[in-house]
Design a binder for this molecule. Structure first.
Ligand code: DGJ
Length: 747
């Protein structure tokens, strides 16, 4: 039983033996929070968990004769503002042109097996009976005639609870929603460190950490995309928690547009987490009988440190978020022509790249930007989704066929949400662009954004893309989005509806994804937004992999991929080997290191194979063969971070098979050290302590407990003297070890 209800005292307990989440109906009819954390055994009464019997000076109280009952001090499930709670609320709704203090009180509940989908939105899902249970609690504001449903899903096999809310207008007046969060959660204390992923173009998802302090600390996006700058991910870690141990709470908002995730710590050190659509600029008109559904917040509890948190996200997304058909099956090693040719290509050049790449063992050729309209640079043609006959005189079908004849699959780049002012589409439909007709509009990469809040525009793009998919028989699409949204205004929305624009826009994007993935389930989608500007769980529901960053430099990628792994599985991260000097940093790193980093993702190449030396070609053949041998492990294994690139000169991580019989370990050292220490080992994780393991390249075998407590010996580093004995040296060193249990029971 995943959900237990103490009917007499109106208490709800969600538990799967790993986590418990407990709340109740308070005496004023609103919902109060009691506990969230490590699983507690069930009991018939949890009232003692409500810390409420001390009246506090100067707080407003709900009942005259009960000064202790103040919403300022009670932990709540879905708070409103203006009723003795002065913190930022989860909900703000009123009748149009009338102020109101919402008062949603308990009406009823229902329990469902599994997890209902969220209309029009990406969300975690279940496929079989018993995989999750959902509790829906229905509350009503009688003055507004509005019905609020709070959804709580607990997954049977994961320490995860997913929350969302929906609001129904059950009356006759128009309602206006100013704020409706996916979740709100009051922790009893603030003894946490606040961790999130921040960055910018080419430097996405760097790990940031600080102590949680009194006041509001938040991450957010107002860019119309989840953004390069803040990922919709937040973790609250107990100060003593590490990668390997201790308590961590992780939160992700399953959404790809404007969001806020914040923690407000009040004067009693209560830490309130809220996560949802950013209320700035948001306003939703809710007519009679209409329902507004929020995207969901996924909440993970780990008692095994940050690695435990990440593993829970990874498993959840692998099993309950990405399209089921991509859970199994191997993702092809791809080569993308972007860094090889940019806009300068023709059919011969592309076919030759494909042929040459095929000989190396690469499986999918992706034609990036520049194949359509008259696009010779980034100043034109977005929106004109027909082939450029100057570059490809035989058409796109012919190119696709020739690529496939080389033995490669064929993939294509699109940027469906954009329109270049210099395009046929713009000349025909200038009003299709987002923005005010007669007022200035801001360009980004010389382009404007198509108004995806308009269903007819989404439909137009669907027709165009579907025609090309059919014509080419392609098996992969890279869906790019290279600018954020400015002058957010839709000519089709009334003045009082403009606050709906951003949400309607992303619903349009989801709709197009839905249509295409439904009709072409075998096409693999990789999401991209100028690299990792929309790397979020919302996208992952449709596109199981995302281009992690435009930065392909191996050393930069250590931080990007390390940070990304906090929330996202390795198999979702597009990671490619590119040419040197690297195009983003001008750094030159060894080919082996570039591959050693890229193996820990969905592997590929971003270079011109015709420019490689014979030696490099041999090495790449070996790399492709290596990845093919191990990609199942990358897909299905359990990931552990070992050494943190934000904390030192070395990075390490590993992935262990579920039966602990094999593991792949990546170790990287950015700068060489003069006269390094003699005893260099890497302590591993996740192995079976009693199994005997053999590591590639090492003569000796080890017990799992030795490898975890003492460590794997690293090859001898050059120490300035003994050149013959040195097995490694210089900057940007790396090593990948493959570890396999030998089956021996004794050493
Ligand atoms: C940004 C992407 O991240 C790149 O990989 C490439 O596709 C360019 N856009 C093409 O314009």
């Amino acid at each position: 039983m995943l959900i237990q209800v103490n009917q007499d005292n109106q208490q709800f307990h969600l538990t799967n033996g790993k986590v418990s989440y407990i709340f109740h109906v308070m005496k004023n009819g609103q919902l109060g929070h009691l506990y969230y954390g490590k699983a507690l055994r069930h009991r018939s009464d949890f009232s003692h968990l409500q810390a409420y019997d001390v009246p506090t000076a100067a707080s407003c109280h709900v009942y005259e004769d009960d000064p202790a009952f103040s919403l300022e001090t009670l932990r709540q499930e879905y708070p409103a503002y203006g009723n003795s709670d002065f913190r930022e609320p989860a909900i703000s709704v009123s009748k149009a042109s009338e102020a109101h203090v919402p008062n949603f009180t308990y009406e009823s509940f229902r329990i469902l097996d599994g997890k209902p989908g969220l209309e029009g939105l990406p969300a975690t899902y279940t496929e079989e009976e018993g995989q999750a249970g959902t509790l829906q609690v229905i509350l009503k504001d009688h003055y507004l005639q509005a019905e609020l449903t709070l959804n709580y899903t607990i997954f049977r096999d994961h320490p995860v609870i997913a929350r969302s809310a929906s609001l129904k207008n059950a009356g006759e007046d128009q309602l206006v929603i100013d704020r409706l969060m996916g979740a709100s959660l009051d922790f009893p204390d603030k003894d946490f460190r606040f961790i999130h992923l921040a960055g910018t173009w080419s430097r996405e998802r760097h790990v940031k950490e600080r102590a949680l302090e009194t006041g509001i600390q938040s991450i957010s996006s107002l860019r119309g995309a989840s953004s390069h700058h803040h990922n919709p991910f937040l973790a609250l870690k107990r100060p003593d928690a590490t990668e390997r141990s201790g308590e961590v709470f992780g939160f992700q908002f399953v959404y790809s547009s404007n969001f806020i995730m914040q923690v407000e710590v009040d004067h009693y050190d209560v830490a309130r987490l809220t996560a949802g659509i950013h209320p700035f600029g948001f306003q939703w008109n809710l007519g009679p009988e209409q329902i507004f559904q929020t995207p969901e917040v996924v909440m993970v509890h780990s008692g095994e440190g940050l690695n435990g948190m990440s593993q829970a996200f990874h498993d959840l997304y692998r099993e309950h978020l990405i399209p089921a058909q991509w859970r199994k099956g191997e993702r092809p090693i791809l080569i993308n022509n972007w860094e090889a040719t940019y806009f300068d290509f023709n059919e011969d050049k592309l076919v030759n790249i494909a042929k040459s790449a095929r000989e190396l063992g690469i499986e999918l050729f992706v034609l990036d930007d520049g194949w359509f309209g008259k696009r010779n640079d980034d100043t034109s043609s977005l929106g004109d989704w027909h082939v450029d006959y100057d570059k490809l005189p035989n058409g796109i079908e012919s190119l696709a066929r020739k690529i496939k004849e080389t033995g490669m699959q064929f993939g294509l780049w699109f940027e469906p949400e954009m329109i270049s002012p210099n395009s046929e589409l713009y000349r025909e439909h200038p009003d299709w662009a987002v923005g005010f007709a007669d007022r200035p509009h801001t360009l980004g990469r010389n382009q404007r954004v198509l108004d995806f809040s308009r269903p007819e525009i989404v439909e137009y793009l669907y027709e165009k893309m579907a025609a090309i998919i059919r014509e080419t028989g392609l098996s992969y699409i890279k869906w790019d989005m290279n600018r954020n949204i400015t002058e957010a205004y839709s000519s089709r929305l009334a003045a009082n509806q403009q606050g709906e624009f951003f949400h309607r826009y992303i619903l349009g994007v989801y709709d197009l994804y839905e249509k295409l993935t439904k009709e072409f389930p075998d096409v693999l989608f990789e999401s991209c937004a100028g690299g990792g500007g929309r790397f979020d769980p919302g996208m992952m529901y449709y596109a199981p992999q995302a281009w992690a960053s435009d930065d392909t430099d191996a050393i930069e990628r250590l931080k990007i991929q390390y940070g990304t792994s906090y929330a996202y599985p390795l198999y979702s991260m597009g990671s490619h080997v590119s040419a040197v000097p690297n195009h983003q940093t001008l750094r030159t790193t060894p080919l082996s290191t570039r591959a050693n980093v890229a193996y820990f993702g969905t592997f590929g190449y971003e270079l011109d194979p015709l420019k490689l030396t014979e030696e490099e070609r041999t090495e790449i053949k070996e790399q492709a063969a290596f990845y093919k041998k191990h990609r199942k492990l990358v897909r299905d294994g359990q990931f552990y971070r070992l050494l943190n690139p934000f904390a030192g000169n070395e990075t390490a991580w590993m992935i262990v098979s579920r039966d602990q019989s094999e593991a792949l370990i990546g170790w990287y050292k950015v700068l060489a050290t003069a006269n390094p220490s003699k005893q260099q080992t890497l302590r591993l994780d996740g192995l079976d302590p009693s199994k005997v393991y053999q590591a590639s390249g090492l003569a000796q075998s080890f017990y799992g407990d030795e490898l975890m407590a003492v460590g794997l010996p690293l090859p001898t580093e050059f120490n300035g003297v003994n050149r013959q004995k040195a097995e490694r040296g210089g900057d940007f060193q790396s090593q990948v070890f493959y570890l396999q249990s030998t089956g021996a029971s004794k050493l």
